[in-house]
Design a protein around this ligand. Structure first.
Ligand SMILES: Nc1ncnc2c1ncn2[C@@H]1O[C@H](COP(=O)(O)OP(=O)(O)OP(=O)(O)O)[C@@H](O)[C@H]1O
Length: 308
């Protein structure tokens, strides 16, 4: 299937001379949820801004829904809904007027039934006659989403959708995003919250210092980079790891009560049986053991650290 967004050789150097994006190639699949992860200043917002035609690219091309974002700006932009990081709406307007007006900006005919549905889906219907300035921060964020959806885009960008929102709204937002995906909307979200990517995304891209350092299927990424840890609670504390066990990737907790063994889930042998034998040989007994898998958070931190 043709990708819904095709980015080729994209770079952005700001007037200051700062290279915010370096030679990005990326294809977004129709109907997927793609999470763009990266530390502060990595270039996430710049990338979204280029795709949405807010920032001009220095080199490269972007096709959104088949339309070149520079040559064919209007057509590409109307395929896109953007929920920006910052809340920016007319404080004195009502929710109803703002969302209808946004639709009009894209030259779409009035459709009150559609706007009503969007407001209901976002639990905004009972606020439709409220002025924006009287709404809470979370409600204002919902209004931003309603505006972005008002012209029925096939691609939705959510730039840090849940930054600073409470748990309840975050859950609502996730449900909303899933619902949109079910109806065929492609969703690209940027986030600092790894758990959000872990929970929501089909694929994950990691951007660091303007470079896209990785794009992977979420499950594959977690499997590929996933490490497991086996923690052994010792019968008696150890002062140090015995020299004979130096070849094993072992760590001793500060109080000497726990030995942690890290192994690769992809490896042919975990090495656990051998390790346990060696421990017994050395008279190291343990009273309990448990294993844990590394989270996407740990994978992400180690990736960005490697790129530093
Ligand atoms: N107009 C501009 N002129 C010069 N530099 C800019 C401009 N806009 C952004 N930058 C720089 O480009 C880099 C990338 O910024 P961007 O906002 O894209 O990062 P980000 O990944 O979205 O970060 P955050 O997670 O903090 O939102 C930053 O170092 C920023 O200071």
């Amino acid at each position: 299937m043709e990708p819904v967004i095709r980015i080729t050789g994209l770079s952005k150097t700001y007037k200051s001379g700062f290279a915010a994006l370096r030679n990005i190639d990326l294809e977004i699949r129709r109907g997927e949820i793609f999470a763009l992860l990266g530390p502060n200043g990595a270039g996430k917002t710049t990338l979204i801004s280029v795709i949405c035609g807010i920032v001009n690219p220095t080199t490269g091309t972007v096709l959104a829904d088949g339309h070149d974002i520079v040559r064919d700006y209007r057509a590409s932009r109307s395929a896109i809904g953007l929920v920006p990081q910052e809340l920016s709406t007319d404080a004195f307007e009502t929710v109803w007027a703002t969302v209808n007006f946004s639709r009009g900006l894209f030259g779409k005919p009035r459709d009150h039934a559609l706007v009503e549905k969007i407001l209901r889906d976002l639990s905004l219907w009972d606020k439709k006659d409220s002025k924006i300035m009287t709404l809470s921060g979370g409600m204002k964020r919902r209004v931003m989403i309603a505006k972005a959806l008002s012209h029925e885009p096939s691609i939705l960008f959510l730039d840090e959708p849940t930054a600073g929102v409470d748990v309840e709204l975050r859950r609502d937002m996730w449900n909303l995003v899933r619902g949109l995906r079910e109806r065929g909307t492609t969703i690209i979200l940027t986030t600092h919250y790894i758990e959000e990517a872990e929970e929501m995304a089909d694929r994950i891209g990691v951007i660091s210092k303007g470079e896209l350092i990785l794009v992977e299927d979420k499950t594959q990424l977690m499997r590929k980079l996933g490490k497991k840890q086996l923690t052994l609670q010792l019968q008696a504390p150890l002062a140090a790891i015995p020299a004979e066990l130096a070849g094993y990737p072992l760590e001793l907790s500060a109080d000497g009560q726990e030995l942690v063994y890290t192994f690769d889930t992809q490896g042919e042998h975990t090495g656990i049986a051998g390790l346990l034998r060696r421990l017994t040989d050395h008279g190291i007994d343990f009273k309990d053991l448990h294993s844990s898998e590394s989270s996407l958070e740990e994978i992400f931190v180690s990736l960005v650290r490697t790129n530093a």
